[in-house]
Structures are given as structure tokens and as C-alpha cells.
Design a protein around this ligand. Structure first.
Ligand SMILES: Cc1ncc(COP(=O)(O)O)c(C=O)c1O
Length: 299
């Protein structure tokens, strides 16, 4: 499995003297794509070592992580349980129908209960109910996920100045920062509001992984477009144009927002002339079917 580097040729880049390369983590695996594969890899190994036969995890109804965990369970022989935020809506949306097709058993919990997803009592209740499964947190982010995400940078064979990724729970960028050990500049583009909170989460994730703190990274909080899975016409227009121009599929929740942000920063002269920027395509394309269904949006 490979995640090749693809150079983006674009007059805007040339004008500003910036090179942009996309690391196609979305091509790592057909259904466990992007950062999901990186995050699950060591968790699956650990589950196997602990002789667990079931994975239990959490997510919203359109979660890339739910879809990827269901696919991983089917491929590697684990039963999977998805604890889904909110009520059941039938027919199932494309994400959840894919998850059940892979064999995932879904349990819907109220938004109030879902907030308890890290509380030991709630987790103990779920563990007892489902025969002591291997627990994976929302978004797949834990120390083993951070370890897996350090490998995102390991096969980048060219030199570069900046590396950018979209951020949700912060696990992916934590892995990239830890893997780089203080080298290069790392930029995270939060897909949600509340960047200050995320900053601390990322610091904690890195500390828990290797006990270190780094200063070569920063969150660029101007490109969440109103919050998680919120979109604006200019974002959709950018994605459409980028896809037509470069024949690379994007999605509007994570990678679309990150690339919009990178292009905007390039236009503002944020990157000095001669900079080489690597952007991580973290996948998430399964979510596009849900976007189309929900909002009639063709992404
Ligand atoms: C496609 C995609 N990109 C980026 C992210 C952000 O990753 P993280 O939650 O590790 O910050 C996610 C969510 O986990 C995602 O699904």
C-alpha cells in the first residue's frame, strides 16, 4: 500500500514561488483510507495481542472513523460495535449502511449519553454489555493512533519546509509533529471551531506519546467555515475547481477546508518564496455520498 506524493501544478503557485505537493494518504486503502489506516494499524495489533474479538468505537452518523473501523473489522476478523450519536434514521445513510454491510452492530445513544464517551463508568457499562471489547475512542485517537500517524512522514522522500493537515481530534497532527521531532513547520487546519482547546489536546497527545513538547507547529483556525461539516459556497466552488483542474477528489469536511486555507495563505504571501509545502490528503471521501444525500450537494 502506498501513499504517493503528487506535485500540484498551478499558475497561482508559480506566481507566488511556492511548491505544493499532496501526499495521497487517501490511496492507502480502498475502505480504510487516509489517516484512518494509520490510526487503526497499531490498535488492531494491540486488540489481537489482547485476544479481543470485538472492537467498539464511537462516532457521528457520517463518521469516517465508524466506516473505517467497520471495514477494518470485516477485513481483519473482528466483530465491530459502533456507538452512534443521536437517533436512528431509516433508511440508513450511506456511511451507516456501509458500516452495517461490513457487519458493524450499531447502538444509538442520546447526545447527552454520547458526551459520556470518555467516562470510566459509561465505558465499563458498554464493556460489560458487549463482552469486554477492545475500546477505540471517537475519531480513533489514542496513543497508538499517534504512533501510527508518525509513519505518515516516514516515506516522504523529498525535502520540504511546511507540512499541513486537517485536524479534528488532533491525533493525526500529533503523530506528524512527534514523528518530525522538532523539524520543519507543521500547520494544522481545524475543521471545527474551538482551536484553543484543540491546541491543548494536541500537546497532551504528544506528551502522552513521547513525553516531549515541540514549538514548530501551529493551528490555523480561520478555515472551519462555521464549524464541523459546515460549508459555504466559496468552499464548494474551490473544491469543484480544484477537482476539475487536478483530477483529485476532495471532501468538504477536512481536506477541502485545509486546501482552501493553504491556497488562501499562499495568496496572502504567508509562505516565503521558494517554500515547499506538503499537504496531507487524509481521505474521508466516503462522506461525500452523505453530503449529497443530506444537502443535495454534488461534491
Ligand atoms: C478525512 C479526515 N481528515 C482529517 C481528520 C482529522 O484527524 P484527527 O481527528 O486525527 O485530527 C479526520 C478525522 O478524524 C478525517 O476523517
Amino acid at each position: 500500500m502506498e501513499a504517493p506524493l503528487q506535485k500540484i501544478s498551478d499558475p497561482v503557485l508559480q506566481q507566488h514561488g511556492v511548491e505544493l505537493w499532496l501526499k495521497r494518504e487517501d490511496l492507502l486503502h480502498p475502505t480504510i483510507s487516509g489517516n484512518k489506516w494509520r490510526k487503526l494499524k497499531y490498535n488492531l495489533q494491540q486488540a489481537r495481542q489482547l485476544a479481543k474479538d470485538t472492537l467498539l468505537t464511537f462516532g457521528g452518523a457520517y463518521s469516517n472513523h465508524i466506516a473505517a473501523t467497520a471495514a477494518a473489522g470485516a477485513e481483519f476478523g473482528f466483530k465491530t460495535i459502533g456507538i452512534i450519536r443521536g437517533e436512528e434514521h431509516l433508511p440508513l445513510n450511506p456511511t451507516l449502511s456501509f458500516a452495517t454491510f461490513c457487519g458493524m452492530q450499531l447502538q444509538y445513544v442520546s447526545r447527552e449519553d454520547y458526551r459520556k464517551k470518555q467516562e470510566p463508568e459509561f465505558l465499563a457499562e458498554l464493556s460489560a454489555k458487549y463482552n469486554q471489547p477492545y475500546l477505540i475512542p471517537e475519531g480513533g485517537t489514542n496513543a497508538l493512533a499517534v504512533k501510527g500517524c508518525t509513519e505518515i512522514i516516514s516515506d516522504i522522500a523529498i525535502d520540504y519546509d511546511y507540512i499541513c493537515c486537517a485536524s479534528g481530534t488532533g491525533g493525526t497532527i500529533a503523530g506528524i509533529i512527534a514523528g518530525l521531532q522538532g523539524q520543519k513547520q507543521v500547520l494544522g487546519f481545524p475543521a471545527l471551531k474551538g482551536g484553543e482547546f484543540l491546541q491543548q489536546e494536541i500537546e497532551q497527545l504528544i506528551l502522552a506519546y513521547n513525553g516531549k513538547q515541540y514549538s514548530n507547529w501551529q493551528l490555523i483556525t480561520d478555515y472551519h467555515f462555521g464549524g464541523y461539516a459546515k460549508v459555504k459556497p466559496e468552499l464548494l466552488a474551490f473544491i469543484k475547481q480544484f477537482q476539475e483542474q487536478h483530477h483529485i477528489p476532495l471532501e468538504p469536511v477536512y481536506t477541502g477546508k485545509m486546501l482552501f486555507g493553504i491556497y488562501d495563505l499562499i495568496r496572502q504571501g504567508y509562505f516565503p518564496e521558494g517554500s515547499r509545502v506538503i499537504a496531507i490528503h487524509t481521505g474521508g471521501l466516503q462522506g461525500n455520498a452523505g453530503f449529497k444525500e443530506r444537502l443535495g450537494l454534488e461534491v
